[in-house]
Design a binder for this molecule. Structure first.
Ligand code: NAD
Ligand code: G3P
Length: 338
């Protein structure tokens, strides 16, 4: 890393890219690349991103630009904050302008459709030689930006690098822990969105608090079984990126994924929900990929399967919990049942 203060460049001017940019700008020089001119002007002239974060102020020193080359050419750290289905395209645009040793930290909680790849695997493909990691945890953007205490974990293949990057993002109210389990953190962050939709469906059907707790707990078991079989560490799923984020996303009224589930239970179509929200809910596209990965691993994921049936195969939402309740429960820890 450079001897001067490292420059962080965040790619993506949505709610989370802006929030992480605002945190990093408190610690070091930070530039945010957004493709939307109005967002750039809003950040530079008003220290706001009103489109995504209403009137919550961002750090005054955060600078934004629409010029991708200018944003990345001097970067010491690159942060990937665009939705999963657009990440490869953005990385392909930036790779030739970035210095070869620059680490890439993904904020993305989704998997690429088709390839089923995690974002760090895409970084390794498109930007070979760049160290690739991920920052994830229970982080509803607007709460973090408003200054409510929160925590996340940063995973890099080398622990020393995770420790160096930790310092760029942490504040006294945003606690950043470190790990080397990149695989586990990425799968945990992506999988929890699918289960937040399931919990939203339950909440939308007014299934009650016990049902919500049951689904969250059994969801954690499903996430762990798949994530461990794909190479993640079981303990990661009990941590901030797993259980922590599952709780936040499944219970927050601000979660887009939970909102999708509630909307479906209220009889809305996916198109209607997406139009009302105007933001990405990664779980909608992740569910089919998760089913594919589970099939390849020979693992049954009953809750995810019900969500896939609703989202991709026209199953009426009211059948969801009926379908699950028809299954007999097995061993709580070792069983494959939900
Ligand atoms: N919002 C949160 O609370 C939060 C917290 C943690 C992680 N995340 C994750 O961060 C990622 C980004 O989510 P977000 O909440 O910022 O999304 P968002 O919907 O608020 O914003 C997405 C941003 O990406 C931009 N974008 C989309 N396609 C693009 C492209 N092809 N080129 C350039 N820019 C493009 C959009 O213009 C927008 O600025 C997601 O994977 C999400 O799961 C979000
Ligand atoms: O709004 P969601 O559902 O995309 O969730 C946002 C964050 O991932 C919560 O940690």
């Amino acid at each position: 890393m450079a001897s001067r203060n490292p420059r962080v460049t965040v790619l993506g001017g949505g709610s989370w890219g802006t929030t992480i940019g605002s945190l990093a700008a408190r610690n070091t020089e930070t530039v945010l690349w957004a493709r939307n001119e109005e967002t750039v002007t809003d950040i530079n002239e008003r220290s706001r991103n009103s489109r995504y974060l209403q009137d919550i102020p961002v750090t005054k020193t955060l600078r934004a630009t629409t010029d991708l080359e200018e944003a990345v050419a001097e970067a010491d750290v690159l942060v990937l904050g665009v939705p999963s289905q657009h990440s490869r395209g953005v990385l392909e645009q930036v790779t030739k302008h970035v210095r070869p040793w620059v680490p890439v930290v993904s904020l993305v909680k989704g998997l690429e459709q088709g390839s089923s790849k995690r974002m760090t695997a895409i970084v390794e493909e498109v930007m070979p030689g760049h160290p690739a990691g991920v920052l994830a945890g229970p982080n509803i953007a607007r709460e973090v930006l408003q200054g409510y205490a929160a925590a996340a974990t940063i995973a890099m293949p080398e622990h020393r690098q995770a420790e160096m990057l930790q310092e760029l993002f942490r504040t006294n109210l945003f606690r950043v822990y470190t790990t080397t389990d990149v695989t586990g953190v990425e799968y945990a962050g992506s999988l929890k969105n699918v289960y937040a939709i399931a919990v939203g469906v339950g909440d939308g059907l007014e299934a009650g608090d016990n049902t919500r707790a049951m689904v969250i707990t059994r969801a954690l078991r499903e996430m762990t079984r798949l994530g461990v079989s794909l190479g993640g560490d079981a303990m990661t799923f009990n941590g901030l990126a797993g259980m922590g984020d599952l709780i936040a996303t499944c219970t927050s009224p601000f979660s887009r994924n939970r909102t999708v589930g509630v909307g479906l239970a209220q009889g809305k179509s996916l198109d209607q929900i997406a139009a009302e929200m105007n933001q990405v809910a990664e779980g909608v596209k992740t569910v089919a990929t998760v089913m594919k990965l589970a099939a390849e691993q020979g693992i049954d994921l009953p809750i995810a399967r019900e969500m896939d049936a609703v989202l991709n195969h026209g199953q009426p939402v009211k059948e969801t919990y009926r379908g699950l309740l028809r299954q007999a429960p097995g061993h709580e820890v070792h069983g494959d049942e939900w």
